[in-house]
Design a protein around this ligand. Structure first.
Ligand code: G3H
Ligand code: 13P
Ligand code: ZN
Length: 322
């Protein structure tokens, strides 16, 4: 199977009450860990590449790594997506360069400017058989060089979504309902603590999601900032020389609930970073004399794979849906 767009994936996900995982990729081990889990679980998959990933690894290397995954996993549909496309030129470069899906992130612009920019990308993308994700509302957190404070973040306004989708022609819409980027999604004072002392964050705004899906029936919704920040990996990092106090993510059951609703794509990056970093830190701590990168990248890749498998089965619900 060649790389696909997300059109069919989202249609099936919407109807089936599950979501497709969109995982950020930056190197070979991350691509392999994710795709091996998706292949074994027969799950549709979106591999996404940010502007920062293209700057780090180079566009061509990333496209060729994903193409290699497509060859290795012929049984599952895989889409290659640009994450947080900052401008028309970056989107065009990815459309021309083999991506099947792009996001144009106009969320920092005014509503009118966001519409105009998104429309321009949609026209170019659709003429080339590529689908487009737009965004309304602003997530807190860090993405590429942009750092949005919690005060500057804002929930998506449901009364804007019909006009945005109609005027832009986007194929899916990312919304802000309380998720945010990174491993510190909530401050401790926004949370309560459970009996084990673990932070419990405030619930996502399912009322906003419901109102948006009522206004856009059948339309695929995207959730960014959806890492759950697994506490086993935070602990692994902290016990092996790291310092990540009070890192907290989105509870898995809330993501599952969103996937059963109109959310068809769930974005995960930070959890991959935590799994990789925790594993490598632990390896170095217990094997201070080892220096062969294969020896520490192998367990890191294996832990990414098992974490992605867990998400496919227990959070996204897309196992067996390829
Ligand atoms: O939304 C941001 C993603 O986690 C990508 O992060 O821009 O550091 O590659 P990055
Ligand atoms: P996390 O930081 O929660 O993994 O979010 C990733 C993301 O939204 C990529 O676009
Ligand atoms: Zn994002």
């Amino acid at each position: 199977m060649a790389l696909v767009t997300t059109t069919e994936m989202f249609k099936k996900a919407y109807a089936g009450g599950y979501a497709v995982g969109a995982f950020n990729v930056n190197n070979m081990e991350i691509v392999q860990g994710i795709t091996e889990a998706a292949r074994e679980e027969k799950a549709p998959l979106i591999l996404q590449v940010s502007k920062g990933a293209r700057a780090y690894a180079n566009h061509t290397y990333l496209v060729k790594l994903v193409e290699a995954a497509v060859i290795e996993c012929p049984e599952i549909p895989i889409a290659l997506h640009l994450d947080h496309g900052p401008d028309f030129e970056t989107c065009k470069s990815c459309i021309d360069g083999g991506f099947t899906s792009v996001m144009i992130d106009g969320s920092s612009h005014s509503f009118e400017e966001n519409i105009a920019l998104t429309r321009k990308v949609v026209e170019y993308a659709h003429a080339h058989g590529v689908v487009v994700e737009g965004e309304l509302g602003t997530l807190a957190g860090v993405e590429d060089e942009v750092n949005v404070s919690a005060e500057d973040s804002s929930y998506t306004r449901p009364e804007e979504v019909e006009e945005f989708v109609e005027k832009t022609g986007v194929d899916s819409l990312a919304i802000a309902i309380g998720t945010s980027h990174g491993a510190y999604k909530f401050t401790p004072d926004q949370c309560t603590r459970n009996e084990k002392g673990i932070l419990v964050p405030p619930p996502l705004r399912f009322d906003i999601l419901e109102e948006i899906s009522r206004r856009l029936p059948g339309f695929p919704i995207v959730l960014h900032g959806s890492s759950s920040v697994p506490q086993n990996f935070v602990k692994m990092i902290n016990e092996n020389g790291g310092k990540m106090p009070d890192a907290v993510g989105i509870p898995e059951e809330q993501l599952r609930q969103a996937a059963e609703m109109a959310v068809c794509k769930i974005n995960i990056d930070s959890d991959l970073r935590l799994a990789m970093t925790g594993t490598v830190r632990e390896f170095f701590n217990t094997n201070p004399s080892k220096f062969d990168p294969r020896e520490y990248l192998k367990p890191a890749r294996a832990n990414i794979k098992e974490m992605v498998r867990h998400k496919i089965i227990n959070v996204l619900g897309c196992n067996g849906k390829a």
